[in-house]
Design a protein around this ligand. Structure first.
Ligand code: SF4
Ligand code: SF4
Length: 377
């Protein structure tokens, strides 16, 4: 395993981190403890030392699983990251409540990397109002947490505001070769590294979407590469080529994936992407973007639909399905995330949304297209 220093700290973090939000599950959807603990043990035995969970993952069961592992592994070999559920925090005492619950579940006296979870403009405003940073500094001074950070889901200007407001030890955001201009993206990477923050890259494989069902046009672009890498290797090497990226955090869901990623991490120092290779990555990115079916920016100006159609949500999933060439996987997302009464087939073509769309999308026609695409036989 290879390690990178967390700036402003003596910690050496394994370049591959294990995310505990997609652990092996039982048929009932609970964490499969035996298989998950086996994965954690294999990770530690092979030098992985960064473990990322959150108060909210699996309704607390992810932290509890990590806690069970803490009982059987030397604590000083583990760097544990967990996150405070900002969206549930309404009073200063809530900050204490969630931290103490995490400490109890994790069976530890301290958390190495503590994050405000999923900051965006609204939750950041709320955290400032509650003086969360003063509170975090107090917890650090009292030894309950060692490093202060945040994870992020919003647009880059919001990231900039948050990053520049405070000397954070580290931050975590989605980073992969496709999303270089999405949310924090590479601008966030540059800003965070210029401020000496540790950078934890999440979704390096875009939840697995970059490594399955590669569209033929993208595949043809990869054939120009000098490296016969598989899709996982390609995606992880792009992250590890970013020298200020401390950890590539991958939510592996079985031992085989973990073993594969560990082997790739062992090869990572041999990887330095040439300008030519980086151009090939960019061409692949542009080919994915070219496949976007509906130019919806999710601005929500069309909302609310008087007939409850979740317009941007529906277009978002449809776009990903087409872009990633994977209807079956996205049909599950569509049925899981969009309530039945808000799906595309509930559009009655009333036209109320059409003039509100700055992208001039013929929304009712495109809704018909989406309804047909996701229609089940
Ligand atoms: S046209 Fe369809 S999506 Fe648009 S407002 Fe009417 S019902 Fe909603
Ligand atoms: S107004 Fe247009 S671009 Fe904005 S969310 Fe609605 S459909 Fe998408």
């Amino acid at each position: 395993m290879f390690y990178r220093k967390m700036p402003r700290s003596q910690d050496s973090l394994s370049i591959l981190g294990l995310g505990l939000m997609r652990l092996p599950a039982t048929p009932e959807g609970h964490i499969d403890e035996e298989r998950s603990l086996e994965m954690l043990q294999h990770a530690v035995d092979n030098g992985v030392n960064y473990f990322d969970t959150a108060w909210v993952y699996y309704n607390g069961a992810s932290e509890q699983l990590m806690g069970k592992f803490v009982d059987r592994a030397p604590r000083n070999k583990l760097l544990i990251a967990t996150k405070s559920p900002c969206w549930l925090i309404k009073t200063p005492s809530d900050l204490d409540k969630y931290l103490y619950e995490s400490l109890e579940r994790l069976r530890t006296d301290y958390i190495d990397y503590y994050l405000l979870h999923s900051l965006g403009q609204r939750s950041w405003n709320e955290m400032k109002k509650l003086k969360a940073l003063d509170w975090l500094e107090k917890q650090k001074a009292d030894g309950r947490i060692r490093h202060i950070g945040f994870s992020f889901h919003d647009k880059y200007p919001v990231f900039k505001k948050i990053a520049e407001y405070y000397d954070w030890d580290f931050c975590q955001f989605m980073l992969n070769y496709l999303d270089t201009h999405y949310q924090a993206g590479l601008s966030g990477y540059r800003l965070a590294s210029s401020k000496g923050m540790g950078i934890i890259a999440m979704e390096p494989l875009r939840g697995g979407k970059l490594v399955q069902n590669i569209p033929p046009g993208v595949d043809a672009i990869w054939k120009k590469s000098a490296h016969a890498w598989n899709p996982v290797q390609r995606a992880l090497n792009w992250i590890w080529n970013l020298e200020h990226c401390t950890v590539a955090l991958s939510g592996m869901s079985n031992l085989e994936q973990l073993k594969e990623n560990i082997e790739l991490a062992k090869l990572s120092p041999t990887v330095e992407l040439s300008e030519k290779e980086l151009r090939i990555y960019n061409q692949a990115r542009l080919e994915y973007i070219r496949r976007i079916a509906v130019p919806c920016t999710e601005c929500r100006y069309c909302m609310p639909c008087p007939h409850k159609v979740a317009i941007p949500g529906v277009f978002g999933i449809y776009n990903e399905a087409v872009m990633f060439n994977d209807r079956d996987r996205h049909l599950k997302e569509y049925k899981g995330w969009i309530p039945e009464e808000s799906r595309a087939d509930k559009c009655v073509n009333c036209g109320a949304c059409v003039s509100k769309c700055p992208q001039h999308i013929p929304i009712p026609d495109r809704m018909k297209e989406v309804a047909e695409y996701f229609q089940e036989a």
